[in-house]
Design a protein around this ligand. Structure first.
Ligand SMILES: N[C@@H](CCC(=O)N[C@@H](CS)C(=O)NCC(=O)O)C(=O)O
Length: 230
């Protein structure tokens, strides 16, 4: 039994973000699955916003609300301080930039990707129905390209978003874009070459590889291949 426990589902990009920090720092942790469609009462108690992930640090408390932290950003900050992870760049300005990209990933990217693409493709299939491809195509062709443009420009030909080094900015953005790769594949490599290279590097990174394998297995039965939205 490990001190750190993560409650959630590997398919959540916010859970993926937290797991990537733990894997990057080589921290052993326990994972307890929580079904967001039918949250048990004990989980509602430790997740006031009714969302995954929640972290427990058993060295603080093994039960109850004590020892728990909700929200992936709060969890990542806790892990940064506790594990001295070095994931917020070097210096105050880089830390601010890292936090900006984390926020951008968690809101501006997560919303259209989750509601406009992942859910319309995956959720109907859980119920044995066809994906809502009209909605997914609109997101892919109209909503996402300006976001890809911004990320391409921010990478400025390099592999990392902030300070030329791997940081939580890359983890947060990579966690969301993995959702894209799972259900619809990668953006157009001719139009967004640096972004596509960065996503591919992220998928091969040990911090992400295990999660990706688990997610592919979980989705394999209902979506053997990403759908073509072009
Ligand atoms: N700001 C939260 C967002 C977490 C979040 O939205 N998680 C989704 C799963 S990807 C969730 O729990 N959804 C439950 C629901 O919508 O009922 C974080 O960073 O942890």
């Amino acid at each position: 039994m490990n001190d750190i426990v993560i409650y959630g589902s590997p398919l959540s990009p916010f859970v993926r973000k937290v797991e990537a920090v733990l894997r990057h720092t080589g921290t052993a942790y326990d994972f307890e699955a929580v079904n967001v469609m039918d949250m048990p009462d004990w989980f509602k108690e430790i997740s006031p916003a009714r969302r995954i992930p929640v972290l427990r640090d058993r060295s603080i408390s093994a039960e109850g609300v004590l020892g728990t932290i909700a929200d992936s950003s709060a969890i990542c900050l806790y892990l940064e301080r506790k594990l001295d992870a070095g994931l917020y760049g070097q210096g105050a300005f880089d830390a601010g930039r890292v936090t900006w990209f984390e926020e951008y990933a968690d809101t501006n990217i997560a919303m259209p990707l989750g509601m406009g693409l992942f859910r319309p493709i995956i959720f109907p299939r859980f119920a044995g129905k066809e994906s809502d491809l009209e909605k997914a195509r609109k997101t892919w062709n109209e909503t996402l390209p300006p976001l890809f443009d911004y990320l391409e420009a921010s990478l400025d030909g390099g592999e990392y978003l902030v300070g030329g080094r791997f940081s939580l900015a890359d983890i947060a953005v990579g966690s969301q874009l993995t959702q894209l790769a799972l259900v619809a594949g990668l953006p157009d490599a001719v139009r967004w070459p640096t972004l596509v290279k960065a996503i591919q590097a992220m998928q091969a990174h040990p911090a992400f590889a295990a999660n990706l394998g688990v997610c592919r297995k979980m989705l394999g039965g209902i979506l053997p291949e990403p759908v073509d939205l072009s």
